[in-house]
Write a protein that binds this ligand. Structure first.
Ligand SMILES: Nc1nc2c(ncn2[C@@H]2O[C@H](COP(=O)(O)O[C@H]3[C@@H](O)[C@H](n4cnc5c(=O)[nH]c(N)nc54)O[C@@H]3COP(=O)(O)O)[C@@H](O)[C@H]2O)c(=O)[nH]1
Length: 930
């Protein structure tokens, strides 16, 4: 019981406490039944809604809910009844008893166990109003910050972003709202490398506002930044100023450029104000006048030049906008003056009047003008004195100036020259071609021909300079010329000499080649050209017998005769010596060529008087026909030459046309030449000996050594075939040396064998005799072989003797001093007379076999031979007859008192071994002195 009482008390106390708590609560507490009727309300209903709690009991809760929210309240109620959820928190507008709306935060809980709904409602009207007010002011601030031109952001003392407008967000590429609350350096990491960051840090620390311009690298833009301390953080406003910076920079550069131009101007520049005070000068002015800038500025213009009065006179014009140009003397700091040209102009600056003076120092120009005047004077003097002709022609080619030398050169007085045009003064002047706008500006080393007033022509070397305008039109021509008429004549003479034979005036080999080529090029199809090589048959004899001068006379006469019979359109040339070439166009081919050759032979066999004697030159002519024999001029020459040799070989004074087989003969000759070279080294030569008989007693006197060539393939090659080649090639020197040594050696052996003296004759060619060391060679061979000099006879031809008479005579005297005998071989074939032979120490004359062999046909020969032998004897010369082939001839020679004889009748040339037999048959040769 007590326990029950105690419990009841406790419960009552608890209920009292609860009631007190409920009534004291500031929030409205309401209990509803399942139908939504108010079962209880606490005292707060009074303060919050104006109802006594009891007034509310029994009413539906809609009595205090604003009608606009009845549906919403019903929905919440139903959902709570369905116990899901059991609780709900909503904002609800309730209705105060006086009609006001009271905004409440309502918490509702449904207790299914008790079938009760418990509501707790707190008045949040003021709180909501404050929140709305805050939201409004924030929106206003936001819209203000968004609408300002600058980007803006604010950070707190922890460097977290408390605000940023979207412009600031865009600047670093983020959404501003999303960035708020994040660290600034996380949003804009590039700040770490920017000079902005230290400025923000300083503002943060010092709480001092700051403003600066900075280049934002990431976007390559300039920004202007203002920083304000704000609460415990900072607010930053910034905007881009790149364009402004660039404009400023451009302005700065432009000013610098202007300043540079001003200072570097070639002329001195001065700016003077209306009081004539100098307010600025450029560097050139300082340099020219000698004042420092700070000395200059503040000086009066009159201190250096322009006086106030003078300026006043210029003022009207200047103010009318006309700049004024003056020439005056200027004064420098050191007192010196200089002539100047001054250009003055006026300008306004901020309403103030200034004058700009550009001062050009004329010292150099005046000096240059002076120098130019002097130079022109000197030029005039030089032009007047120079021996070269000078002219100046205008754009139309009319002469405008000329010097005395040109007057002298052309024969015109100056005034007449100045009335001429270039085309009239010169035979042909390329004036028209110089008119080409792209033509030259100079004419160098041009050869021109001047017309002398008297009509003759003067060759000049012209150097000129052409002045042209921008379009290339000729303005003038200045020219100097030198008289080269003499030089041209010399050149033409040289050309003549280079292309012509000086003796006959005929074209030489070089010009012949050119002319022939021209003829070949011009030869029509079906036409023919004859190339004729002429070799005079008797020239050598004339030359040898009458001397070179007479030879020249013969050559000139031959040239004259050729000219007479050959058409001017054909070519006659002299190749040298007695070789002439005639090249003639022959429409009828060989027939025409033959007629020409006949005519040539006819004129060349007509006697020519040389040295008072009539001589028949005669000629051998070789003819090659174009195009059948050869197509090129070289081949034509070669084939004509071959044909000429064949004509000569065929008996002279005749012509031969080239035939293909001739080439074969030439080739044989060439092949012989090739195999002749090594023949000596190969031991292919041997000597044969032809005995020589003394006609007085028919005893063996001696023998002539005659060479024989045993060719490995051709067998025995006669000397006639290779001696000529050996002479032409020079091989005769080595061969002759071998013959001399071999003949002396073998003769010495014969002497030793028969213990008697034997005389050997050795043929010596002209080339051997011409060797300077020939005498030494003979001396050496004699010494080497031990042959007594008296046992050696050297046979020389007439032509070898007369090659160089003085030298040969002296050499022969030396040979004579050695003790050797000298014989003239083939005597009578040349033109050397007996008297002429007296100049040489000759012992023996070997009469050519042609005299001897004519005996049968011509009885008068006997008289001739006899007379000849008598004359030779009178000159103390022995006579040896060659070519004795018959007993009659032998008798004839003996009758003619000829000394010795040689010939097939007596003995043919034979090998050494056979000679031994002859010696033995004849008995050993007599000793000369026995
Ligand atoms: N420089 C040198 N010339 C030489 C040498 N050996 C020879 N020769 C010259 O060669 C020419 C031809 O000589 P070859 O064929 O030897 O003829 C000689 C005689 O065989 C020939 N002869 C002699 N007797 C007669 C004869 O009765 N009838 C006739 N038809 N021929 C005859 O005469 C030649 C000798 O002549 P020559 O010398 O003029 O006395 C000839 O010119 C040689 O000179 C040499 O070593 N060196």
């Amino acid at each position: 019981m007590n326990t029950t009482l105690a419990s009841t008390d406790a419960l009552a106390q608890l209920a009292e406490e609860n009631a007190a708590l409920i009534d004291n609560a500031l929030d409205l507490l309401v209990v509803l039944d399942p139908a939504g009727r108010i079962l209880r309300a606490n005292a707060a209903a009074r303060a919050l809604l104006g109802y006594e709690p009891d007034q509310l009991v029994g009413q539906h809760y809609n009595a205090i809910v604003h009608p606009d929210q009845h549906d919403e309240a019903l929905t919440i109620e139903h959902s709570l009844h369905r116990e899901h959820p059991e609780r709900a928190n909503v904002r609800m507008r309730l209705r105060h008893r006086d009609g006001r709306v009271v905004l409440m935060s309502v918490a509702a809980r449904w207790s299914g166990v008790h079938g009760r709904m418990f509501l707790t409602a707190r008045d949040i009207t003021e709180q909501e109003r404050a929140r709305e007010g805050l939201e409004r002011s924030e929106a206003a601030l936001n819209s203000m910050l968004e609408s300002i031109g600058d980007a803006f952001f604010a950070i707190d003392s922890g460097w977290r972003l408390t605000y940023a407008n979207q412009k600031a967000g865009d600047f670093v590429g983020v959404t501003a709202a999303a960035a708020i609350g994040h660290p600034l350096l996380e949003i804009a990491p590039d700040l770490r490398h920017s000079s902005s960051l230290p400025r923000y840090q300083r503002a943060m620390e010092t709480r001092q506002p700051d403003a600066f311009e900075v280049f934002w690298e990431p976007r390559q833009v300039w920004i202007e930044v203002r920083v304000y301390p704000n609460g415990d953080g900072i607010s930053v406003y910034f905007h881009e100023i790149t364009a402004k910076r660039e404009a400023e920079q451009a302005l700065r550069k432009s000013e610098q450029r202007f300043r540079k131009l001003f200072n570097q101007a070639g002329d001195a520049i001065m700016i003077v104000d209306s009081k004539m005070d100098i307010v600025s000068v450029n560097d050139r002015a300082c340099a020219r006048f000698g004042y420092r800038y700070d000395e200059f500025v503040g000086m009066q213009a009159a201190d250096v030049c322009l006086g106030r009065e003078q300026a006043r006179e210029l003022l009207p014009g200047l103010r009318a906008g006309h700049s004024q140009l003056l020439r005056m003397q200027k004064r420098c700091k050191d007192g010196s003056t200089f002539p100047a040209e001054v250009q003055i102009s006026r300008f306004d600056d901020d309403g103030e009047e200034f004058f700009l003076a550009v001062i050009r120092d004329l010292s150099d120009r005046e000096q240059a003008e002076r120098q130019l005047r002097e130079s022109e004077q000197r030029f005039r003097e030089v032009i007047e004195m120079t021996p070269a002709g000078y002219l100046l022609a205008g754009r139309d080619g009319a002469l405008e100036d000329a010097n005395p030398a040109l007057c002298a050169l052309s024969g015109y007085p100056r005034e007449m020259l100045l009335a001429l045009r270039l085309e009239q003064l010169f035979v042909s002047f390329p004036w028209a071609s110089l008119q080409d706008p792209d033509g030259p500006t100079a004419v160098q080393g041009m050869e021109a021909v001047l017309r002398h007033r008297n009509g003759y022509q003067i060759h000049v070397l012209f150097n000129g300079s052409i002045r042209r305008d921008a379009a290339g039109r000729v303005l003038s021509l200045t020219g100097l010329m030198a008289d080269i008429t003499g030089r041209k004549a010399a050149e033409s003479r040289l050309q003549e000499l280079a292309t012509h034979d000086t003796l006959t005036g005929l074209p030489n080999r070089a010009l012949l080649g050119e002319r022939v080529q021209q003829m070949l090029d011009a030869c029509p199809h079906g036409g023919a050209i004859a190339v004729m090589f002429l070799d005079l048959d008797r020239f050598k004899e004339v030359n040898d017998s009458f001397g070179h001068e007479m030879g020249d006379v013969l050559l000139c006469e031959v040239a004259a005769r050729l000219r007479r019979v050959i058409r001017p359109s054909d070519v006659i040339a002299r190749l040298g010596g007695d070789e002439f070439v005639v090249v003639a166009y022959c429409a009828n081919g060989q027939a025409a060529a033959a007629r020409i050759a006949d005519k040539l032979l006819e004129v060349l066999t007509a006697p020519v008087t040389v040295g008072g004697i009539d001589v028949i030159a005669g000629a051998s002519i070789g003819i090659s026909m174009y195009p059948q024999d050869a197509q090129t001029r070289e081949m034509l020459f070669q084939t004509a030459d071959t044909a000429m040799y064949r004509a000569k070989g065929a008996g002279r004074n005749r012509y031969r046309f080239f035939e293909a087989e001739m080439t074969v003969a030439t080739q044989v000759r060439m092949a012989l030449e090739v195999s002749l070279r090594p023949a000596l080294a190969r031991g292919e030569f041997e000597l044969h000996y032809q005995p020589r008989i003394d006609l007085a007693d028919m005893a063996l006197y001696g023998m002539e050594a005659l060479i024989r060539w045993n060719h490995p393939e051709r067998g025995r090659v006669p000397p006639q075939q290779f001696i000529g080649i050996a002479e032409e090639t020079g091989l005769i020197v080595a061969i002759g040396r071998w013959v001399l040594l071999e003949a002396c050696t073998q003769t010495r052996r014969l002497m030793d064998a028969y213990r008697r003296q034997v005389v050997v004759s050795v043929n010596v060619s002209a080339r051997q005799l011409a060797l300077p060391g020939f005498v030494d060679e003979v001396r050496e061979v004699l010494a080497r072989t031990g042959l007594p000099p008296g046992c050696l006879e050297l046979e020389l031809t007439e032509s070898a003797l007369i090659e160089d008479i003085e030298r040969t005579a002296s050499m022969l005297r030396e040979l004579k001093r050695l003790g050797v005998a000298l014989a003239v071989d083939d005597f009578g074939t040349g033109y050397s007379g007996l008297a002429y032979l007296r100049r040489f120490p000759i012992d023996v004359l070997k009469l050519d076999r042609s005299f001897v062999q004519q005996h049968d046909e011509d009885v008068s020969t006997l008289g001739f031979v006899k007379a000849f032998v008598d004359m030779a004897h009178a000159l103390d010369l022995a006579v040896v007859a060659e070519g004795v082939e018959t007993a009659e001839i032998l008798e004839f020679l003996r009758a003619a008192r000829c000394d010795q004889a040689q010939g097939y009748y007596l003995a043919r040339p034979m090998p050494l071994d056979d000679l031994r037999g002859v010696i033995e048959a004849h008995g050993a040769p007599r000793l000369q002195n026995s």
